[in-house]
Write a protein that binds this ligand. Structure first.
Ligand SMILES: Cc1cc2nc3c(=O)[nH]c(=O)nc-3n(C[C@H](O)[C@H](O)[C@H](O)COP(=O)(O)OP(=O)(O)OC[C@H]3O[C@@H](n4cnc5c(N)ncnc54)[C@H](O)[C@@H]3O)c2cc1C
Length: 487
């Protein structure tokens, strides 16, 4: 693939590859797992899960952990981890930076409960991997959230830090000086930042494939290459697939961004696509920039750059740009948009000019189901036995772990600490098409070009500020409404 040219720009030869991304390619080479052929003909189950990403797999495992005799089936159109779950940055992160909005939407007590539950799941993912021998490159070493320009607000903004303190959570966001930041990795761009201990990095596809192995060992039937084509809701509900049908008492919908094509979810979220690139193995150059730990790094631009080391001494970086998908239709723009991948690669050399000339071996993208509240939603559909967990908004690694507990409680009809989480039963609509696409596209354009202008020392400008800030202002309106009328 491409390399950086003399001027520091990523070569035109960097073209996202069709097929599997780096993570899944590596994970399948490490352990292809036992075959899970497509469903042919009829099957019955107590619970059927549509979608074998993290949300679906955690739900399946949670169900059989709580009720070992339950007959659980997973229908996956591609392979487990073939969607966003095998294609992401691998940041298993808490949501402390988002505490003001979470508490604004749900009230202080419930917001605190939700945010604490998420941070606890960071530990739980690691515990699960250890307990089941999943070699997923899990490192619970924290997140360095840096400002790479004084124009960036940063994670440690005064409101988040003050609220964390008020709620007795002061140690969850620790402000750092520029020098402190550079001790983690030596970038001349680091102005200052914050350290968030409740964050881990993982090889996401190894985790997804590890969950597949554990689920199979516990008797979950997994049908890969099996696309669900529709539901006949009733008791039982019938799920139709391309090659068969499954009748099940309970149905869980975890198709991620693909749900945008399903009736009932067309206005649940907008679909954007993020891209990542990974370097060749660069142990000496990692040593040169002093990045010795597995602390993940994210900057404070509007379309943030996020980067982390891999266990085989590469750097994987994503962000800095995004593509927008009309009506949530997932095609090549979601997985292979060269422009967006190049922005990610350029971001690395901008952050670390010492890495000039580094080669990138893989580039890929994936879809993100972004809700108006920036938070997932969990909804039960009539007649009461179909449950959806969607809209993880680009932060699904931790939230799907909690989501699996929530969906299992909903499917088992249990009222408990999980089914009463404040993300259950509340949902905000996004604008309908054909209005949504130009609105979201304009916002992404304004954020991306605004970041680039600020990077060059130019003002973002009123127009970009107004257009780019629209999604956040809309969310602030939701928060203000929740404050007025109660969560
Ligand atoms: C480039 C990128 C970087 C990201 N970085 C991070 C990060 O660092 N940290 C973080 O927390 N989050 C990150 N995310 C988001 C995270 O990956 C998602 O929130 C999470 O994986 C969502 O999991 P899911 O199970 O809901 O969806 P998915 O993993 O997309 O799973 C849905 C599955 O359903 C299947 N499917 C679709 N339709 C059907 C059908 N009709 N029948 C059967 N199966 C179907 C798909 O093939 C897919 O496998 C990132 C996302 C991207 C794209």
């Amino acid at each position: 693939m491409g390399s950086t040219d003399e001027g520091g720009l990523v070569s035109r030869r960097l073209a996202p590859l069709p097929g599997r991304c780096f993570w899944l390619e590596e994970a399948l080479a490490h352990d292809p797992g036992e075959p899970c052929p497509p469903l042919r003909g009829r099957a019955t189950a107590d619970a059927v899960i549509v979608g074998g990403g993290f949300a679906g797999m955690w739900t399946a495992i949670e169900l059989v952990s709580r009720e070992p005799s339950l007959r659980v089936a997973v229908l996956e159109a591609d392979v487990v981890g073939g969607g966003a779950s095998g294609r992401n940055g691998g940041f298993v992160s808490s949501s402390w930076h988002d505490l003001p909005a979470i508490c604004g939407l749900f009230g202080r007590e419930e917001g605190r409960r939700y945010a604490l539950a998420l941070s606890n799941e960071v530990v739980e993912v690691g515990r699960f991997c250890r307990e089941h021998g999943i070699e997923a490159w899990f490192h619970h070493e924290g997140l360095l959230a840096v400002r790479t320009g004084s124009w960036q607000a940063g994670f440690a903004d005064a409101e988040a830090v003050a609220l964390a303190e008020e709620l007795g959570l002061a140690d969850r966001i620790r402000p750092l000086s520029g020098e402190d930041c550079r001790a983690y990795a030596d970038s001349l761009r680091f102005v200052d930042g914050a350290f968030v201990p409740d964050c881990a990095t993982v090889q996401p596809a190894r985790l997804a494939r590890g969950l597949r192995r554990v689920a199979l060992a516990r008797g979950v039937r997994i049908f890969e290459g099996t696309r669900a084509t529709g539901l006949e809701r009733g008791r039982p509900t019938v799920v139709r697939t391309e090659g068969g049908v499954v009748r099940a008492d309970q149905v869980v919908l975890t198709m991620g961004s693909w749900a945008a094509a399903w009736p009932g979810f067309r206005r649940s979220f907008a679909v954007i696509a993020d891209h990542m690139v990974v370097t060749e193995r660069i142990p000496e150059r990692l040593a040169e920039i002093g990045w010795a730990s597995h602390v993940g790094i994210a900057d404070g631009r509007e379309l943030l750059s996020y980067l982390r080391r891999t266990d085989d001494d590469r750097i994987a970086i994503g962000g800095g740009a995004a593509s927008v998908l009309f009506d949530g239709r997932i095609g090549r723009r979601a997985t292979a948009d060269r422009r967006v991948a190049e922005a990610a690669a350029r971001g690395l050399v901008w952050l670390f000019p010492q890495l000039q000339g580094v080669r990138f071996t893989h580039a890929w993208g994936g879809p993100i189901d972004h809700t108006a509240s920036f938070l997932p939603f969990f909804r039960t559909l009539p007649p009461g036995n179909v449950h959806a967990g969607l809209g993880f908004s680009g932060h699904g690694l931790t939230q799907t772990k909690l989501g699996g507990r929530i969906l299992a409680s909903l499917a088992l009809g249990i009222e408990d600490e999980w089914s009463s989480m404040p993300v259950v039963g509340r949902e905000e609509h996004v604008p309908p098409e054909p209005l949504r696409y130009p609105l979201v596209r304009a916002a992404v354009w304004a954020l991306e070009t605004g970041d680039r202008r600020e990077e060059r020392g130019l003002p973002r400008g009123l127009v970009r500020r107004a257009i780019g800030g629209a999604p956040t202002r809309y969310r602030e309106r939701l928060v203000a409404r929740a404050r007025r009328h109660g969560p």
